[in-house]
Design a protein around this ligand. Structure first.
Ligand code: 5GP
Ligand code: ZN
Length: 110
């Protein structure tokens, strides 16, 4: 999608340091981290939100990357968040999973 910041990060139009990449997904540190570790996992294909994911494979591609990345970082406990829609806190409309670690997390989320 032409005007999507995460598509531009995924396709290299905006140079970024990936902490993980394969043919389907990329992961990079959040610009405004909310925890000592805070990265985002995105599919390279544009889906505006969780509501638009159209295949089990797309879910699997995104979520199966997470334990690979956390293992590489030596992290066993972490919070994953997927905000869907503006009222849930979504500000970038290219699906992404937040992965946060390195501090205590409270529940319920705010
Ligand atoms: P959302 O609020 O949509 O769930 O999360 C969007 C996240 O993307 C925010 O945590 C924000 O800090 C992050 N973000 C927005 N623009 C950029 C960017 O250009 N680069 C990076 N690395 N993160 C971004
Ligand atoms: Zn996009």
């Amino acid at each position: 999608m032409t005007d999507c910041i995460f598509c531009k990060i995924a396709n290299g139009e905006i140079p970024s340091k990936f902490i993980y990449e394969d043919d389907k997904v990329a992961a990079f540190n959040d610009l405004n981290p909310q925890a000592p570790v805070h990265f985002l996992v995105i599919p390279k294909k544009h889906y505006a939100s969780l509501n638009d994911i159209d295949s089990k494979e797309a879910f699997a591609d995104i979520f199966s990357a997470i334990p690979k990345i956390t293992a590489k970082l030596g992290i066993k406990e972490y919070r994953t968040v997927v905000n869907t829609g503006a009222s849930a806190g979504q500000t970038v409309f290219h699906i992404h999973v937040h992965v946060m670690a390195g501090r205590e997390f409270t529940w319920p989320a705010g």
